[in-house]
Design a protein around this ligand. Structure first.
Ligand SMILES: Nc1ncnc2c1ncn2[C@@H]1O[C@H](COP(=O)(O)OP(=O)(O)OP(=O)(O)O)[C@@H](O)[C@H]1O
Length: 290
């Protein structure tokens, strides 16, 4: 049954880049279910980008190091499938939107992928407009991508990937160059792809406050190995893990943990608003008991 819903499977995956001997990924075995929002976290050099590159075949087809084990995405073995075939199932959005945008208008940008697949022009335009609508950029069709804000550019990059209608979207630190508003825009859009369109999202990020709000499960990488792979509640409960992997715990989560230790029956809250209503609920409970 579990097998039926699995969309990504790593089977004892090890990888090292060419001309190095150190493994950047070690012993990775895990499954991701269709429709999950997975956040990938870890300190600098933990292996997040390398993990992302394994999902659409950049590793081993473009980065030709040594890949041991198997990565299966949408039923395709990334070692044997063509990258063009993988691109139909897995779309990837990178850290810097400027490296991904290269045409003169937003519409051309989003239509570029399907045009390369030689789809019917009318269908391409419809899909491109749909994708722009999904990321909240209808009306931006004729604008040059260079004139957009960082958050808007990253949404165009997401729409370009969406226009290929993939089942899995991989985002490698897509908000690291964005201000808080741009970060919020990207997380909101990505979260809707999951909730409204059932897409599987795999996103590496250092933005803990957002991750804890949006992710279903968090994959913690440490020196290329899986240090934890669980719900935010379980992962952030493990203080020992966080002192080892040197990743900051969001302040809202820290506060929830602090209250829990003092026997205040709050559940993990991931935003200030959630925290406020949790604390109000506890205060009401305490009032009713006294
Ligand atoms: N092209 C490369 N050639 C050789 N080694 C590499 C290459 N790219 C990454 N590495 C090494 O692989 C390991 C994992 O790097 P990776 O970029 O996947 O980490 P990361 O978690 O994404 O880090 P960051 O948060 O800094 O982006 C690091 O030790 C890094 O030095």
């Amino acid at each position: 049954m579990e097998e039926e819903h699995t969309i990504v499977r790593f089977e004892d995956v090890w990888y090292h880049y060419p001309r190095t001997k150190a493994w950047s990924l070690k012993e990775i075995t895990l499954s991701i279910k269709k429709g999950e929002f997975i956040a990938v976290i870890g300190e600098n050099g933990a292996g997040k980008t390398t993990f992302c590159k394994c999902l659409n075949g950049i590793i081993p087809h473009t980065e030709r190091g040594l890949l041991k084990g198997r990565v299966i995405t949408s039923g395709l073995d990334t070692k044997t499938a063509y990258t063009s075939e993988l691109a139909l199932h897995v779309g990837i959005v990178l850290e810097d939107p400027d490296t991904q945008l290269f045409t003169t208008t937003v519409l051309n940008e989003v239509a570029f992928g399907p045009e390369n697949l030689r789809q019917d022009p009318k269908e391409i335009r419809e899909t491109a407009r749909w994708a722009l609508g999904v990321v909240g950029l209808e009306g931006f069709e004729d604008r040059p991508p260079t004139a957009l804000s960082g958050g808007q550019k990253q949404r165009v990059a997401i729409a370009s990937v969406l226009s290929m209608r993939p089942e899995i979207i991989v985002l490698d630190e897509p908000t690291s160059q964005l201000d808080p508003l741009g970060t919020e825009e990207v997380f909101e859009v990505v979260s809707q792809l999951r909730s409204r369109y059932g897409m599987t999202i795999i996103m590496s990020s250092h933005k803990m406050e957002e991750i804890v709000r949006f992710a279903d499960r968090i994959l913690v990488l440490h020196h290329g190995e899986v240090a934890a792979f669980d719900t935010p509640e379980q992962v952030f409960r493990n203080e020992e893990l966080f002192s080892e992997v040197q990743v900051a715990i969001p302040s809202t989560v820290e506060l929830a943990g602090y209250l829990q230790k003092r026997n205040v029956p709050v559940s993990l809250f991931s935003s200030v608003e959630e925290g406020e209503s949790e604390i109000r609920r506890c205060l009401r409970g305490a009032g009713e008991r006294s």
